[in-house]
Design a protein around this ligand. Structure first.
Ligand code: NAP
Length: 315
């Protein structure tokens, strides 16, 4: 079977075209520039890199972007004060708190203090509740990006067997809900699931969001499945499986240049020729997460400017 590799950049460009045209209409009608504020606490290099990419993407799209860098010693009340300020600002339509937060901060209280209309990550109980009910305005960026892959491929998930490995609040659960609303038959697996590869092999659509490098091998994949790898982990050469160390591979080049490589949950090379579609790591789902953040920011701005919900292109 010929496997089609789905490159996130290509799908992201397709989504960005749509965002750009909706943004043009929005600006012409309201004169408003969508504004995103990202709050980051501490100096975790990976988080800083993600925040930089988000700000860069925002500016490239012509949106307003602000990054609020807070020291590691920031307290929960101080952070609540910062978010309260952003909640009240008319030029900030979207607020994102970069995770993880330092252990001393009460994460739930902080996230729950974001105004729901600015909750572009979709983490708040009210956002989650709306997603469960199926009347959501937008969904968590990564699962929303995966749904865009299906749209891009014109792959109708309805009636298909979808297996999701991972049940986190930010990836696995919203992914399952989105697929369920799109009429897939959904199974969610986690660390207590028995016979994981056997369950996974039932899937027409296999989505892995574990953060366990290379755990998904060819034995997890039904012939012709659509395999989406959300897992994103940095590994050192001693953790690599043989295919990653081939001289011309992107991973080997990364090991040589940086001392680590970013990999997914899936042993990508083993599934070539078996899966119908597959996303690589890096270069698969990653670019879509940031693009969907722009999409959600525009939707939040539209809503705050009084656009009706049916004008938001939900989904
Ligand atoms: P998480 O909160 O750690 O959740 C991981 C999930 O995987 C949990 O539900 C866990 O089960 C399950 N799991 C762990 N080991 C397992 C095993 N051996 N067998 C079966 N299930 C197992 O992680 P997350 O925030 O959802 O993120 C998951 C991965 O996606 C990470 O690698 C993260 O970096 C990546 N990610 C990528 C993007 C992107 O833009 N590309 C965005 C978000 C996340 P239990 O619930 O039983 O513990």
């Amino acid at each position: 079977m010929e496997t089609q590799i789905i490159y996130g950049k290509e799908v992201a460009e397709w989504i960005q075209e749509d965002i750009r045209s909706r943004f043009d209409v929005f600006q012409a009608r309201t004169g408003t520039v969508p504004g995103l504020a990202v709050v980051i606490v501490g100096e975790d290099p990976a988080s800083q890199m993600y925040v930089k990419s988000k700000a860069k993407a925002c500016i490239k799209m012509g949106f307003h972007s602000e990054v609020l860098e807070c020291p590691e010693t920031t307290t929960t009340p101080e952070l609540l004060g910062i978010i309260a300020g952003l909640n009240h600002r008319a030029d900030i339509h979207a607020i994102l708190v970069q995770l993880p937060l330092p252990a001393a901060i009460d994460k739930t209280t902080v996230l729950d203090s974001i105004d729901p209309i600015k909750d572009v990550d979709g983490f708040l109980p009210v956002s989650t509740g709306r997603l469960v009910r199926g009347d959501y305005r937008w969904a968590a960026c990564t699962p929303a990006g995966v749904m865009k892959i299906f749209e891009y491929l014109q792959y109708d998930v309805s009636g298909h067997e979808a297996v999701i490995i991972g049940r986190s609040d930010i990836v696995g659960k919203p992914m399952a809900l989105l697929l369920m609303h799109a009429h897939a038959t959904v199974t969610i697996c986690h660390s207590r699931t028995r016979n994981l590869s056997e369950v996974a092999r039932r899937a027409d659509i296999l989505i892995s969001a574990m953060g366990k490098p290379g755990l998904v091998d060819a034995s997890f994949c039904k012939e012709g499945a659509c395999v989406i790898d959300i897992g994103t982990v940095r590994i050192t050469p001693d953790q690599a499986w043989p295919e990653l160390l081939e001289p011309e591979s992107v991973w080997q080049k990364s090991f040589e240049k940086k001392g680590y490589a970013t990999v997914g949950d899936v042993k990508f090379q083993q599934l070539l020729g078996k899966a119908r579609y597959i996303t690589p790591v890096p270069g698969g789902v990653g670019p879509l997460t940031i693009t969907m953040l722009l999409d959600n920011t525009l939707k939040a701005a539209q809503l705050q400017a009084g656009f009706e919900e049916d004008e938001l292109h939900v989904g």
